[in-house]
Design a protein around this ligand. Structure first.
Ligand code: ATP
Length: 427
């Protein structure tokens, strides 16, 4: 039996992922496979933060088993396989738990719960991670399932997509949770221990931003989450967790996720870009990058179908310096997302495919006395101030470019959940 949930939180508190260990703990059924934390279209304007939805599969477990977490003093065990269970009151039990924690008083919160015997159609996931989906379309797919949507039930979209996800690629995230009375307080995660963990457990990623001295595993907002460690190997996440010194927590659980997979990106021509798309676009740099108010850096690219602005926003910090060294004629592939029409691509990463040759005038030395010559006026050659020698010919030299071909990405502090780190391309 699949359970999918979304849209239970507000920007002030809660986190839908917290419901996963709570439900597993309270229901007493076996967990089959890993719980899923599925990120959806990052450009959806009505998302609270990272557009995350969750799903679990429960049943009577058999086959290989493994520990995937601990919660309120109990181990969370996941089975490789499971037999179907018949729990007629399951939806009501899940609703009770959701109602206990969901921030229903928040205007924007619109929870959705789906209980489905069948795995839902994979296409729901791809549409939800790449475009805008309407609730009426989702309802067609869940007519055989039991479901409940609160306050409009927009969360059913994410809940369905989390069940529908069929990983093409995946990563894992171990999330540790604070006790409820600490959710709205300042929390402590020791920076040095995170650096040590980052250096020792090589299969983890995006733990720490060295240049900006930012502990990325600790959320910025006050939520039940104390820290979340991302990695490629679940067993290594256990080892990583034990290295992190922090406030005490009531439990942790390892999710399989679509984070770091680039699942949101679609290769497009510029003319094909629609609002809320995330795209991969190749083009020629048309304008010198310019800094606009707020410190954002903008440049324009074109392909044979049109042209579009690309932006490295202020929060991408040192990445803007790389962007600033582009010149017209460079060929780039930009990976990023668009909010509204006509749109600007908000760059997540960029590949410089070829560099334009740029030349500058060489100031010659005087052929008679060796002194550096001076310009005799625009296009008129050079004159030596000391001996009066005149040279008509203007020579150009190729300028060494500050940027090289290859991949560049925004720093960890500005990284999007779904963005695949460029290190993954190089493995
Ligand atoms: P958090 O990351 O803290 O869990 P959130 O950013 O996931 O919060 P939600 O509160 O879940 O934000 O709001 C996102 C809402 O958008 C949900 O109701 C979800 O069903 C819906 N949604 C997600 N993807 C799409 C999509 N592609 N089209 C339309 N609606 C979507």
């Amino acid at each position: 039996m699949w359970i999918g949930i979304d849209d239970t939180d507000s920007s002030e508190g809660m986190c839908t992922t917290f419901l996963v260990p709570e439900i597993i703990y309270s229901l007493g059924h076996d967990l089959i496979g890993f719980p899923r934390l599925v990120r959806l279209n990052p450009n959806i304007p009505w998302k609270t933060r990272g557009n995350a939805a969750v799903a679990i599969r429960i049943g009577k477990g058999y086959g290989k088993s493994r520990k995937v977490g601990e919660f309120r003093g109990k181990e969370i065990i996941s089975y490789e396989k499971g037999k179907e269970i018949d729990d007629v009151g399951l939806l009501e039990k899940v609703m009770n738990i959701v109602e206990r924690y969901a921030v229903l008083e928040d205007k924007k919160t619109s929870p959705g719960i789906i209980i489905s015997k069948k795995k839902l159609d994979e296409s729901i996931y791809w549409r939800a991670v790449r475009s805008v989906v309407y609730l009426k379309d989702i309802k067609i797919h869940i007519k055989d399932a039991r479901y409940f949507g609160y306050k409009g039930g927009r969360g059913l979209i994410g809940a369905a997509a989390a069940i529908a996800w069929k990983p093409r690629e995946k990563t894992y995230e171990l999330i540790a949770y604070l006790p409820e009375d600490r959710w709205l307080h300042e929390r402590f995660v020791d920076e040095d221990s995170v650096i040590e963990m980052d250096k020792n457990v090589k299969t983890t990623f995006e733990n720490y931003d060295y240049r900006n001295r930012h502990v990325a595993i600790k959320p910025e907002t006050r939520t039940p989450v104390l820290f979340g460690i991302r990695g490629k190997v679940p067993e290594d996440l256990e080892r990583a967790r034990l290295m992190v010194r922090s406030d005490p927590y009531i439990g942790y659980i390892i999710f399989e996720t679509n984070q770091g997979t680039d699942d949101h990106l679609v290769r497009k021509k510029i003319s094909e870009i629609s609002p809320y798309d995330s795209v991969i676009v190749s083009g020629r740099v048309d304008s010198y990058p310019r800094v606009i108010s707020g410190g954002h850096v903008i440049f324009r690219i074109s392909d044979d179908s049109g042209s579009i602005d690309c932006a490295a926003y202020e929060k991408t910090r040192e990445f803007r310096e790389i962007v600033k060294s582009l010149v017209p004629g460079d060929m780039v592939t930009v990976f990023g997302s668009v909010k509204k029409y006509p749109g600007t691509i908000n760059i997540e990463k960029m590949r410089v495919d070829s560099l334009a040759d740029i030349y500058e005038k060489e100031i010659p030395r005087c052929p008679s006395c060796g002194r550096k010559m001076e310009s005799a006026g625009n296009g008129k050659g050079y004159r030596c101030r000391r001996c009066g020698t005149f040279v008509k010919e203007i020579k150009y030299v190729k300028v060494e470019r500050e940027i090289e071909k290859g991949f560049y990405q925004v720093p960890v502090i500005a990284r999007r959940h779904l963005s695949k780190p460029i290190e993954f391309f190089q493995e």
